[in-house]
Every structure is written in structure tokens, then in C-alpha cells.
Ligand binder design. Structure first.
Ligand code: 26V
Length: 861
């Protein structure tokens, strides 16, 4: 029996390890960082207190006994999870401090990634992987009679994002830490993340995501470093003691931002970067004013008002939000972050003229764009800089990433609201616009229309500020997120700006972190790759997957690859059985569509395919024995106010219920829609998939990142020529990708000609039969009205041309079936997808950002 409790046996270890920080090992640099301890723990690493099973047990028991105040016998699973997490994080803390110290010493330029969302996923597994502690921890827990798997399941993932944009931010900070590039991620510590989805009679119901309810071992609050943020009021001009005319802001109210730090561990390289999320609380001044007025209840209410700012993540990625609270959130977190950079991160007496040498603020979409006038305000009003000098600095300090092509998704704020909430910022925006328009006037004399087109301020439908224009004018670079998207951004969304500043526009294709999305989520495939390649270097050098290519022709390798896929299906089926009470066959093709529910992504097109297969059985057009067995898996949340999206979810569930229970189908078609799709579920679904559905209308999906995760895990894509699908297809090869549908110019032409969905319906008997089956009430107990909104949406407008691509989609699905009928050839194609997906590592995206935009070298020792 091992020692399980030596009271205080190694108290003080943190101090010891912090003192050891000068003893640094040489570190790696990008693009291909080498882990310092490839397999796991190195007993010689002085920065980590835990190397052996005994040390782990001591650390864990310390946290349990002294941190949680419970004995092992009386501890709950949550106590154990928290003690475990805190023991694991011990191995990161000295490295974290050391990383910060090195950065400070080197005066290195760092990336300040400004993002309103970080969809992090669970932390424990990632920390275990980064530190190489998994085996030691598993053994230690085992000796204590505990199971790592069970404790892993105790963690509620931090869902501080809506979808791709938030997950991208999480992948980027992971890559930068792994590449030893200085970065601090700034965001909001929402008390409630993305809502938890449940289905009631197939209808989406939202529940609050109380992710902090059981405590959060991964955060470090620093209330003593709170920052004050002001809102409202008015401005006034005055003459300073040098006789200069100046402006000052007289705000009406304020809140405090409390920083919560999170560690962002690099993969086995001894680096730990920081993610700093801000939480709002009432200021003392705010409190006192009201308390002194004697109204205790009102004072407490006011506190609640302040704390509301970071209360909840907006789940709307589908309807334009003109919500005041959202603008408050945006300003709140960027004001805190800029203040933090200027006051805490930079050395005292730093000459702000050199700011661009020290930091680049990357704007993740338009959400943080209010940082631009905020930096101008800080430099001009607070630091007394001349406008032109401040503008020159600001222009070098910002770069902007656009993540959409949908015009309605481009953020605008009404002048009225901005003026009320941030009067000084509105003035600054007006001045930026005025100076910019003078430039445009000089460049294009007499072209009033162009002037109006390029103005930051638009008058329609109401006077408002176009945040994307502000970001484009102020930023040193503007990038789209996939080659096609960047092209369309240049030519269709911001053509005047790209003609004026051709060099400002660039592309950085998105990426995904191989640590989480293959190494952690697909251990079977990871082991096979490591065995085949001889070492684990591919985890930080994903292009090395190319070495798998020759093995695609080796029948023995293909067999092993199929076994991994089959095992992943078993695991998924097991998870869905306990999690959702779903029964899934494991010997069929897994056809998966997981992403936010949006009309442009066309979940309805997928549904029409399923109903078509079913209708063909019902009508006897196809004998049931001739139907290829498939399980269709969906995962999707709809924005709570997006009515038609919720109707589509209900229809998918209704079709699933009918098809799954129809004896005529003989179990050949299965539809599964587990509720509450999130990062944790993605990590299970993606490794089990055979077919990846990426079927958005061409020209609408900026990039997609799920598409990359599937290809990397050996699923074949059926997809349109959209977003990063284009690059996936180019890399994996036409033979290994099922392309279908209109290209973007054809989409434009179809719409220009006057697209009529009804005539498509009338001219395609199978489509008609399929839609008529839904309209007949077959999936709604005979209720013909139940899904009328979805049907009339398709037949009446079909804004995203699902019907126009229907025939092509069915034809492509037939190609899929033919290919799947030859398992050996299918595996060859799947292996080639894995082997050729190295490009989609977010490490590569980071190299592109660094070379083209940031110019932030890695720290090399
Ligand atoms: C926002 C809105 C708001 C108003 C109406 C419609 C609408 C549609 C989409 C959005 C989301 C825009 C920002 C976003 O999340 N973009 C996603 O970013 C991912 C990471 O770059 C990328 O892979 C996805 O293709 C892109 O949709």
C-alpha cells in the first residue's frame, strides 16, 4: 500500500520550484516546437513538483485534505475532481511564472488576442496531456481506488463561446503557447456560458449553464488588480496648461473589472501563457453614493446592475443584436484589457511611442473594435499625445479578422446608443471618419457616392457606426479566415477599401489544435500514427502526417485503421447510450452533421436527403434490402430567438422518431440527435465519423473548422465549394472528397435570374414526394400544419437555395454509397484525408499570422 497522507509533507514546494526558475532548459521555437519531455514526466524537471506516483498521491491528498477539508473516505466526486485538478495544475504554476518572467526580461512583443468568446472545452485532460502526467495520475488514482475517467466526467466545460469563432480563439491560444510565442488572451468571464440545450417533445428548450456552480479549479481571481471602467455622461473641452485645446470625458457611472487568470499550457515545452477573463462588479464609489443616500436595497440592486455586464454570453449568432448590454460587454472587456496592457504589462515609464514594438491587438471579429477609439482616448485624452501621433501608433497596434460574409452579421451600433453609452468614443469615431473621408476625397475627387459608401457612419436604416469599416480603416491588416472567404471579403464585402489599400488585405486560413482534436480526442488513431511514424513529433509538426501516405496502400495498415474507427464508434455508441439514452448500431456508416443551426448551413438539405431515402422505402421505389445502412447524427443549437431554426430542430427530431421506430425500415436508417452539442461531445463524435457533412451554400460559410477536424480524424467530406472546404479538397484530392452543388458565381447568377424554389419542387418528382411526405403530417401524427413554417420557408423563399442543390446532393450521396461499398478503398481515401490534413493545424495558422501580421518572434530559451 502506498503512503496516502503525510500531512504537509511537501508544503512549500511551490516556493522551492519558483526559486528554481533560473535553471531554464533550452526551449524550442516555431514552426515545429519540440517537446522537452516527449513521453511524459521528466524526473529532473525542477519546475514541476510532481513526477512520481507517490508525489502525485501526496499532492492530491494535500489538496483533498487541506484544500477541500475532507478525508478521502468522506470526499465527494467533486472534491476529488477539484483536488485532482489542483494537483495537476501544480505542475504548471512554476512554468507559468517563469514564462511571464522570461517575457518581461526579453521585453518581447506579444499578441494580445481580443475575443468576446473562448470555447475552451474541458481543462483537466488538456493539462494532463500538456504536462505528460496522465499515466502517473491514472496509476496514483488507481492506487487510491479512484477512476480518472469518472473524475474527468465531473468537469463542466467552460462554454464561453457560441461556435467556431470562440473555438478558434481557444485553438489559437493553445498553438501560441505550444510555439513559445508570447500571447495573452483577453475576454469575458461569463457567469453563464452558452445555454444548455434540452429537447421537450423534440423542441429545443434552453437552460442556464451554471458552469461555476461546483467551483472552478482552473481560475485565479485577482480582485486586488481590479480595473475601473466608465460609462455614459458627457464630454467637455478645456485648455490645458500648455494652451492646447483638449477634451475630457465626464462619465456618469462605472464598474470594476476583476481579472481571472487561466493558464494556457504549451504542449510539453515548459511554457504557460495566460488567458485573462474579466468579471464585472460594482465599484465602491458606485456603492457608497447610494448607500450614503440611505437606500440599502437600491444599493444592492445597483450592484446587481453592474454585475449584469458579465452575467451571460449572448447566444445569438443568427439575429442582429442591437442590445445595449452587449455593447457594454464589449467596451467593458476591451477597456479592462487595454488598461491592463498599459498599466500592468508594460514596464513603468514605458515610452508609448514604442507601443507597436511591444504589442499587437488582434480583433477577433468586430466585437472588440471599440478598443480602437479607446486606445485613441487613452493616448490623446489621458496621456496628452497629439492626435496624429496617437493615430500612427493605433494604426500599427491593431489588426482585424473578419469571420463572416453575411451582410446582416456585420455589426453596426446606432449613433444614439453609442453616444449615450460612450460619448467620447463617438466623438473620436467621428473624427477618425472625418480625417479618413478627407483622404478619400483627395484620392477620388468628386466621387460623392464612393465617399458615402466608405464612410464609417451610415444613415440607413438609422444613423449608425459600421464597426467593420472602423476596424478596416484603423487596422494594419484585415484578414479573412479561408482563401475563398478572403477573396470574397476583398472583392464583395469591402471592395472600396481593398482597392484603396490593396496591401492591407490578406488571408489566414483557420486551423485547429491537433493536441485537443486528435491527440486527446482520438487516442486510438494517435497511437497508430505514433507507432507508424516512430515518434510523437507529429503532434507539434502536423505536416509529418504526410509520412502516412505510403501506408494508405498497405492492407494491414488499412485494417488497423478500420479497427480504430470501429472502436471509436463503439465508444460513441456507449457514450450516447448513457448520456442520451440513444441506441446506435455500430456496424453502419456514421454520417455526421454537427454545427450551429443556421439556414445558410442547410441542415434542411441533409434532412431532405434522409426523408428521401425513407420515402423511397415507403413508396416501394427502393427495396429496403438495397438501402445502405447508415446512422445520421446531428448536433446543433439554435439561437433562442431564431424561430425557424427551432422549427428545423423539431422537424429533425420528428423525422428521427418516425424513422427509428418504423419497422419497414428494418433498422437500416437511424437518426440520432443528442442534445447539447458542445466541445466535449464533439471530441467523441468526430473520431467516430465516416462522413462529414459540410453542405453550406457556396459563398456563405467563411471557413468552417469542424470540416478540418473531421478530415484530420479520417472522415471523408461531402461538401460544397465553400469556405475551407475548397482548401481541404485541393489538399486531399478530388478522389477523396465528394464535391457537389453550385459554385459561388452560379449562386449569384441563380439569384439574379430570379430563383423560384417552387418550380424546382414541381420539376423534381422525388423532391416533390419528399416534401409532400413532410407536409402530409407523416412525421407529426397526421398534423399537416405542424411543419408548415419549414415547408413554406423552403417553397416560398429558400434564401439559401437548398432546393436548387438538392438533386446534386442526392447524386453526390450516391457516389458516397458506391465508395463506401468498397471498405478497403474507403479506408485508403480516409487515410489520405488524415495524411494530407497537416496544413489545418492551428500551429500553421499561427505561423501565417506571425509572418504576415504580428511579427512576434518566439521566445527561444
Ligand atoms: C453572426 C450572425 C449575426 C446576425 C445574423 C446572421 C449571423 C450569422 C453568423 C454570425 C456569426 C459571425 C461570426 C462567426 O462566428 N463566424 C464563424 O467563424 C468561424 C471561425 O472563423 C468560421 O469557421 C465560420 O465559418 C464562421 O461562420
Amino acid at each position: 500500500m502506498r503512503r496516502i497522507l503525510v500531512a504537509g509533507a511537501h508544503r512549500g514546494l511551490i516556493v522551492v520550484s519558483v526559486l528554481a526558475v533560473t535553471d531554464a532548459k533550452p526551449q524550442s521555437s516555431y514552426p515545429s516546437p519540440r517537446p522537452t519531455s516527449p513521453g511524459g514526466l521528466s524526473p529532473y524537471d525542477k519546475d514541476a513538483p510532481i513526477h512520481t506516483v507517490d508525489e502525485f498521491i501526496n499532492g492530491f491528498m494535500d489538496e483533498l485534505n487541506f484544500g477541500r477539508g475532507v478525508s478521502l473516505a468522506r470526499s465527494s466526486r467533486n472534491d476529488q475532481y477539484i483536488a485532482l485538478s489542483k494537483a495537476v495544475r501544480q505542475n504548471l504554476q512554476a512554468r507559468w511564472m517563469k514564462t511571464l518572467a522570461r517575457q518581461y526580461e526579453e521585453q518581447a512583443k506579444s499578441v494580445a488576442y481580443l475575443s468576446a468568446e473562448y470555447l475552451l472545452g474541458r481543462q483537466l485532460d488538456n493539462a494532463l496531456l500538456a504536462t505528460g502526467m496522465t499515466d502517473v495520475v491514472e496509476e496514483g488514482l488507481d492506487a487510491l481506488g479512484l477512476s480518472l475517467d469518472r473524475l474527468r466526467a465531473q468537469e463542466t466545460e467552460p462554454g464561453l463561446g457560441n461556435g467556431g469563432l470562440g473555438r478558434l480563439a481557444a485553438c489559437f491560444v493553445d498553438s501560441l503557447a505550444t510555439m513559445s510565442v508570447p500571447c495573452i488572451g483577453y475576454g469575458i468571464r461569463y457567469e453563464y456560458g452558452i445555454f444548455r440545450q434540452e429537447f421537450e417533445d423534440g423542441w429545443q428548450v434552453e437552460h442556464s449553464d451554471r458552469w461555476l456552480a461546483l467551483g472552478n479549479p482552473w481560475e485565479f481571481p485577482h480582485p486586488e488588480h481590479a480595473v475601473t471602467v466608465h460609462f455614459g455622461g458627457s464630454t467637455e473641452t478645456y485648455t490645458d496648461d500648455r494652451g492646447r485645446e483638449r477634451t475630457r470625458w465626464l462619465p456618469a457611472w462605472d464598474v470594476q473589472g476583476v481579472p481571472y487568470n487561466y493558464m494556457v499550457p504549451g504542449y510539453r515545452n515548459g511554457r504557460v501563457n495566460t488567458l485573462r477573463l474579466w468579471s464585472a462588479r460594482a465599484t465602491r464609489a458606485f456603492d457608497l453614493r447610494i448607500f450614503n443616500a440611505g437606500d440599502y436595497v437600491e444599493a444592492v440592486r445597483a450592484q446587481t446592475f453592474a454585475e449584469n455586464i458579465s452575467k451571460v454570453l449572448y447566444p445569438e449568432d443568427s439575429t442582429p443584436q442591437g442590445k445595449e448590454l452587449r455593447l457594454q460587454q464589449q467596451y467593458f472587456f476591451v477597456a479592462c484589457s487595454l488598461r491592463d496592457q498599459l498599466e500592468n504589462v508594460l514596464p513603468k515609464y514605458f515610452d508609448l511611442a514604442n507601443l507597436p514594438d511591444r504589442v499587437i491587438f488582434q480583433l477577433n471579429d468586430t466585437h472588440p473594435v471599440i478598443a480602437i477609439p479607446e486606445l485613441m482616448r487613452l493616448l490623446v485624452d489621458e496621456k496628452g499625445m497629439e492626435w496624429d501621433d496617437a493615430w500612427a501608433i493605433t494604426q500599427k497596434c491593431f489588426a482585424y479578422t473578419c469571420h463572416t460574409l453575411l451582410p446582416e452579421a456585420l455589426e453596426v451600433w446606432s449613433v444614439e446608443l453609442l453616444g449615450k453609452l460612450l460619448p467620447r468614443h463617438l466623438e473620436i469615431i467621428y473624427k477618425i471618419n472625418e480625417i479618413f473621408l478627407d483622404e478619400v476625397r483627395a484620392a477620388y475627387p468628386g466621387d460623392e457616392i464612393k465617399l458615402r459608401r466608405m464612410s464609417i457612419i451610415t444613415d440607413h436604416p438609422e444613423r449608425s457606426v459600421r464597426m467593420a469599416y472602423l476596424a478596416t480603416i484603423a487596422g494594419s491588416k484585415v484578414n479573412g479566415v479561408a482563401a475563398l472567404h478572403s477573396e470574397l471579403l476583398r472583392d464583395k464585402v469591402l471592395p472600396d477599401f481593398s482597392a484603396y489599400w490593396p496591401d492591407k488585405f490578406t488571408n489566414v486560413t483557420n486551423g485547429i489544435t491537433p493536441r485537443r482534436f486528435i491527440r486527446l480526442s482520438n487516442p486510438g488513431l494517435s497511437d497508430l500514427i505514433t507507432q507508424t511514424l516512430g515518434d510523437e513529433g507529429w503532434v507539434t509538426d502536423l505536416e509529418r502526417l504526410r509520412e502516412l501516405e505510403p501506408h494508405a496502400d498497405d492492407p494491414a495498415f488499412r485494417e488497423k485503421f478500420r479497427q480504430v474507427k470501429a472502436a471509436n464508434k463503439q465508444t460513441l455508441a456507449q457514450v450516447l447510450s448513457t448520456r442520451d439514452n440513444i441506441t446506435l448500431p455500430t456496424d453502419v456508416m456514421y454520417d455526421v452533421m454537427v454545427k450551429r443551426l443556421h439556414e445558410y448551413k442547410r441542415q434542411t438539405l441533409k434532412l431532405l436527403h434522409i426523408v428521401t431515402l425513407y420515402e423511397q422505402i415507403l413508396s416501394g421505389k427502393v427495396a429496403v434490402e438495397d438501402v445502405m445502412p447508415r446512422a445520421f447524427l446531428f448536433g446543433a443549437k439554435a439561437a433562442p430567438g431564431y424561430r425557424i431554426a427551432k422549427e428545423i430542430i423539431a422537424l429533425i427530431n420528428a423525422v428521427g422518431k418516425t424513422v427509428n421506430n418504423d419497422p419497414q425500415v428494418q433498422g437500416r436508417l437511424t437518426v440520432a440527435f443528442p442534445a447539447n452539442y458542445n466541445v466535449t461531445l464533439a471530441e467523441r463524435l468526430i473520431p467516430a465519423a465516416d462522413l462529414s457533412e459540410q453542405i453550406s451554400l457556396a459563398g456563405k460559410e467563411a471557413s468552417g473548422t469542424g470540416n478540418m477536424k473531421f478530415a484530420l480524424n479520417g472522415a471523408l467530406t461531402i461538401g460544397t465549394d465553400d469556405g475551407a472546404n475548397v482548401e481541404i479538397r485541393q489538399l486531399v484530392g478530388d478522389d477523396n472528397f465528394f464535391l457537389f452543388g453550385m459554385l459561388e458565381p452560379e449562386v449569384e447568377a441563380t439569384i439574379a435570374e430570379g430563383y423560384s424554389p417552387v418550380s424546382v419542387y414541381e420539376n423534381n418528382p422525388q423532391l416533390k414526394a419528399t416534401i409532400d411526405l413532410i407536409a402530409s403530417g407523416h412525421f407529426s401524427d397526421g398534423d399537416r400544419n405542424r411543419f408548415e413554417p419549414v415547408i413554406s420557408n423552403l417553397l416560398g423563399e429558400d434564401r439559401f437555395l437548398a432546393l436548387a442543390d438538392y438533386a446534386a446532393y442526392l447524386e453526390a450521396q450516391q457516389r458516397v454509397e458506391a465508395a463506401y461499398a468498397d471498405p478497403d478503398d474507403w479506408s485508403r481515401k480516409a487515410i489520405l484525408n488524415v495524411a494530407r490534413s497537416g496544413f489545418f493545424s492551428s500551429d500553421r495558422s499561427m505561423v501565417d499570422y506571425i509572418d504576415r501580421i504580428w511579427h512576434t518572434p518566439a521566445i527561444t530559451q
